[in-house]
Design a protein around this ligand. Structure first.
Ligand SMILES: Cc1ncc(COP(=O)(O)O)c(C=O)c1O
Length: 432
C-alpha cells in the first residue's frame, strides 16, 4: 500500500470510496489529460465526476481566477455586492427559461437540492415529496431522504414524506416488452395511483434527474417528466429538475437535460461543471418561490467572487464555443461506436447515453445478471490502457463516461478505441 493511501485510510472516513486496487493521485493536467504521481498520463473520460467540464488548465478560466486573486479578494460574503455573482445570476436566469427567475448560489449540489426542497415545501405548506426510484440527490439528511438508491442512504431519518415513482426501471418484469409509449403510460397511471392511495393530496413537488447520474445514466423515455408535470400541476405541485449532471448542454440535444421532456420546471438545481472545478452550486427558481421564504437566509461561501469568476468564464466558454453541438456530434459518434464494438460481447449489456454522457452495463454472460465484478475489472483494464472512467448503477455494474465538453475528435476516437479494447479483454476474462 502506498504511504499516502495508508495515511488516507487512517484519517478519511471509510465510506469515502476510492477507485482502483491501487488508488491514483492525480498531480497535473492539461486539456483532456491528467498525469499521476508516478508520471503516467491518462485520457480523462470522467473529469472529477463531470466537474472539470472543460478539462484541465483552461487559459480563460485560469485568467479569470488569477484576476480575482490579484485583486486580493477571495471572499466578501453576501453582505456585500458581488459583481461576478450578479452577472452569473443574470445569465443563468436568462438561460433557464423560468419566468422572473432568481438565483441562489451554494457550494454543492446537495445544498442546491436542500434549498429547492425548502422553497417547494414552504410554498406548498407540505412535506410530501415525489422522487424517482434509482435517484441520487446528495448526502445531507434532506437529500438522502429523497434518494432512491439504498446503497447511498446511510440514514432512514427524513424531513419529508417521500414516495417514489417509476421512470427508469423498465427492466423490471412488470414492464417487460413495453415500448416507450406503453411504459410511460404505465408510469403515469402509477403516479395517479400513488396520488390517490399514498398521499394526502397536497404534494409539494416532484424532484427528478433527467438522466440519473449515480444511478448509471439511466433515463426516463423522452417526454415522461412532462407527462408527470401535467398531472402534478393540475394539483398545484411544483417540478424540480436536478440538473447537477445534465446541465450546460452536456446531453447534446438540449441545454438542460429536462429539455427532452418538453417542460420548463419551476426550479432547477445545478452544481458540478459550472466552475470547471471550483466549488459552486445553486438554484434557479421562479421569483415568487424564491422570494417566498419567510425567514432570513445566507450561504457564507455561496457565490463567492472566486467561484463565480470561474463560473462566468466557464459558462461563457461553453456558450461561445457551442460545446452543446460538440457534445451532440462526438457523443453520437462514441455511443454508436460503442454499440457496434460491444454488440458481439456477451459481457456487455445495454449501451446508452445522450451527448457526452454515456454508459454501459456489465453483465454475467451466462445469466445476463448485473456484474459489479466485471465493472470493477473493466475499470482496471481501462486504467491499464491509459483511460479514466467512472462506475455507477444500482448494482455497481455500470461504466459511466463523461469526457470534457470540449473534447477533440482525435481524443474521442482514442477513448473509444481504448474502451473497446478493454471491454474485449473483460469479455474474454468473463468467459474463462
Ligand atoms: C444529480 C446529483 N444531484 C446532487 C448531487 C450532489 O452534489 P454534491 O456532491 O455537489 O453535493 C450529485 C452528486 O453527484 C448528483 O449527481
Amino acid at each position: 500500500m502506498s504511504e499516502l493511501l495508508e495515511r488516507h485510510r487512517r484519517v478519511i472516513p471509510n465510506w469515502v470510496g476510492l477507485y482502483y486496487d491501487e488508488p491514483l493521485e492525480l498531480t497535473s493536467g492539461s486539456g483532456s489529460r491528467v498525469i499521476d504521481s508516478s508520471g503516467r498520463s491518462y485520457l480523462d473520460f470522467f473529469c472529477g465526476i463531470l466537474t472539470n467540464m472543460l478539462g484541465y488548465d483552461v487559459p480563460e478560466v485560469r485568467q479569470a481566477v488569477q484576476q480575482q486573486l490579484d485583486s486580493g479578494i477571495v471572499h466578501t460574503s453576501t453582505l456585500y455586492l458581488i459583481r461576478h455573482q450578479v452577472e452569473l445570476a443574470e445569465k443563468l436566469a436568462r438561460l433557464s427559461g423560468i419566468e422572473n427567475a432568481k438565483v441562489f448560489f451554494t457550494n454543492s449540489g446537495t445544498e442546491a437540492n436542500e434549498t429547492a426542497l425548502m422553497l417547494a415545501t414552504v410554498a406548498r405548506k407540505s412535506n410530501q415529496v415525489l422522487a424517482l426510484r434509482n435517484s441520487y440527490h446528495g448526502r445531507s439528511f434532506g437529500a438522502v431522504a429523497i434518494t432512491g438508491n439504498g446503497a447511498w442512504k446511510p440514514s432512514q431519518l427524513a424531513p419529508f414524506n417521500v414516495h417514489y415513482l417509476h421512470g427508469t426501471d423498465r427492466q423490471l418484469p412488470q414492464f417487460a416488452g413495453m415500448d416507450d409509449a406503453q411504459y410511460s403510460a404505465a408510469c403515469v397511471q402509477d403516479l395517479r395511483h400513488v396520488l390517490t392511495t399514498a398521499t394526502a393530496g397536497d404534494v409539494a413537488c416532484l424532484i427528478a434527474e433527467p438522466i440519473q447520474g449515480v444511478g448509471g445514466f439511466t433515463m426516463p423515455p423522452d417526454g415522461l417528466l412532462g407527462e408527470y408535470a401535467a398531472v402534478l400541476r393540475e394539483r398545484g405541485a411544483l417540478i424540480i429538475s436536478d440538473e447537477v449532471q445534465t446541465a450546460w448542454g452536456r446531453t447534446g440535444e438540449h441545454f438542460w437535460g429536462i429539455g427532452a421532456h418538453g417542460v420548463v420546471p419551476d426550479i432547477i438545481t445545478f452544481a458540478k461543471g459550472l466552475g470547471n472545478g471550483l466549488a459552486i452550486g445553486g438554484v434557479i427558481a421562479r421569483g415568487d418561490l424564491m422570494d417566498g421564504l419567510p425567514g432570513n437566509g445566507i450561504s457564507t461561501f455561496g457565490g463567492n467572487p472566486l467561484s463565480t469568476a470561474a463560473a462566468n468564464a466557464t459558462l461563457d466558454y461553453v456558450l461561445s464555443h457551442d460545446l452543446q453541438r460538440n457534445a451532440a456530434e462526438l457523443g453520437t459518434m462514441i455511443i454508436s461506436g460503442l454499440g457496434e464494438a460491444t454488440a458481439p460481447l456477451p459481457a456487455v449489456g445495454e449501451v446508452r447515453g445522450r451527448g457526452l454522457m454515456f454508459a454501459l452495463d456489465l453483465v454475467d454472460p451466462g445469466t445476463g445478471a448485473p456484474s459489479p465484478r466485471l465493472a470493477t475489472l473493466a475499470l482496471e483494464q481501462t486504467r491499464a490502457r491509459g483511460l479514466l472512467i467512472g462506475k455507477g448503477g444500482l448494482y455497481g455494474h455500470t461504466l459511466r463516461m463523461a469526457p470534457p465538453m470540449n473534447l477533440s475528435e482525435a481524443d474521442a476516437k482514442e477513448g473509444l478505441g481504448i474502451l473497446a479494447d478493454a471491454l474485449r479483454a473483460v469479455n474474454e476474462a468473463a468467459a474463462r
